[in-house]
Design a protein around this ligand. Structure first.
Ligand code: PMP
Length: 395
């Protein structure tokens, strides 16, 4: 008799593996230029500075010990100082919570803020990691479209006028993943006002805010209301392997997240948290480092957008890439980017089709390109290959 396979929980019904993570497995071949993953450049990660900080952290054996669930206190102090400057108010330590990357903050917040069936408003196209979290929490997900100024607040207002009552509105406020756009200052104020008026939480998911190229990103949405929970991360400015993310939220939310974090992993790593604290506290070094990253990514963004315009100019519209890591491209002739992908891979280049990020829209004629992993010359070659793949469909 074959053994009866014990069941898995119903929460897994309808959960899908991230199409992007699956695609990355397929395109890991060395002959393929990968514009698909959202990977910061390892060459720009401050390995030597991290090694120094690791050495000084290890001088104290206590760094090998468990730490507080809310995070290693000196890191929380550094974060409180940084975020106080960013938000223009004194952020107390009780409102700072360190997580295993900002992805864990999303996942713990979903448990703290959502009952099954609760309404979550996301942006369309959406950050796939947030969709996975909200689906796992069995939320009802409704999407609001984006335009050049970020989330369409008029569409959110309409939704509220129809009587919809979201528990959470999720926004990637700066240099959106995947869409590349930034929420305008006026819309930030409107969003905060709506949150206060209708009593919903806003999760301002902001890992890219410091990666601006020409001018700093606008004031955070959290500047305007205490109903905004602000997430950020060391992944894009230092290194993802530090797994250091943080949340600025009202104290009761932090305490609820703490209860769940105790169950999830007891606490983060005191070792990487001390390294992160040392690097963030060394403000002169940090400013020079982030400046270098900005300059390198800014040049790459320009190279990618320039090459796209040269080779496919009259067939596409692309975002300007004023910061962050991604360019979003729409084909004007309805080219199906999922159909084009195998051909692109044959030509040695990979991207993510827009449909991977779709919630309500289709985005079948769009794609996301990441410009941070490759240098300018490689990006030129990538566009050359993409253009060859595209033109080969036209004959
Ligand atoms: N939010 C957004 C919008 C992201 O793009 C990412 C990373 N791709 C994350 C959160 C999670 O990043 P991390 O956990 O490394 O901080």
């Amino acid at each position: 008799m074959s053994p009866i396979h014990p069941p898995l929980s119903r929460r897994l019904d309808g959960l899908r593996s991230s199409a992007i993570r699956d695609l990355l497995k397929l395109t890991a071949r060395p002959d393929i230029i990968g514009l698909a993953g959202g990977l910061p450049d390892e060459q720009l990660m401050p390995r030597d500075r991290i090694a120094l900080a690791a050495e000084s952290a290890l001088a104290d054996r206590a760094r090998l010990q468990y730490t507080e669930s809310a995070g290693w206190r000196p890191l929380r102090e550094v974060l409180a100082a940084r975020e106080s400057a960013r938000l223009g108010r004194a952020v107390p330590l009780e409102e700072v919570f360190v997580t295993h990357g900002s992805q864990q903050a999303l996942s713990l917040l979903a448990e703290v803020l959502l009952d099954p069936g609760a309404l979550v408003v996301v942006e369309d196209p959406a950050y796939v990691g947030a969709l996975q979290v909200f689906r796992a929490a069995q939320a009802r997900i409704v999407a609001v479209p984006l335009d050049g100024e970020g989330m369409r607040i008029d569409a959110l207002t309409e939704l509220l006028a129809r009587g919809e009552r979201p528990a959470v509105v999720h926004t990637v406020s700066n240099f959106h993943n995947p869409r590349g756009v930034t929420l305008s200052p006026a819309r930030r104020r409107e969003l905060a006002n709506l949150a206060e008026r209708h009593g919903f939480w806003v999760i301002e998911d902001d890992p890219y805010g410091e990666l601006w190229f020409d001018r700093p990103s606008p004031e955070p949405v959290a500047t305007y209301s205490a109903t905004v929970i602000r997430l950020s991360s060391a992944s894009k400015i230092l290194a993802p392997s530090l797994r250091a993310g943080w949340m600025i939220a009202p104290e009761d939310v932090c305490r609820a997240v703490e209860l769940l974090k105790q169950g999830a992993d007891l606490c983060g790593s005191a070792l990487t948290q001390q390294i992160t604290a040392e690097l963030l506290a060394d403000t002169e070094w940090l400013a020079a480092h982030v400046d270098k990253v900005r300059r390198a990514y800014g040049e790459r963004a320009q190279a990618l957008v320039g090459a796209l315009r040269d080779r496919l100019g009259d067939r596409i519209v692309s975002t300007e890439a004023a910061g962050g890591m991604f360019v979003w491209v729409d084909f004007l002739d309805g080219t199906d980017t999922a159909d084009l992908l195998p051909r692109a891979i044959d030509h040695g280049v990979a991207y993510v089709p827009g449909s991977a990020f779709a919630v309500s829209g289709a985005y079948t004629d769009s794609m996301r390109l990441c410009f941070t992993t490759s240098e300018a010359a490689t990006l030129h070659e990538a566009v050359e290959r993409l253009a060859c793949a595209y033109w080969s469909t036209q004959s």
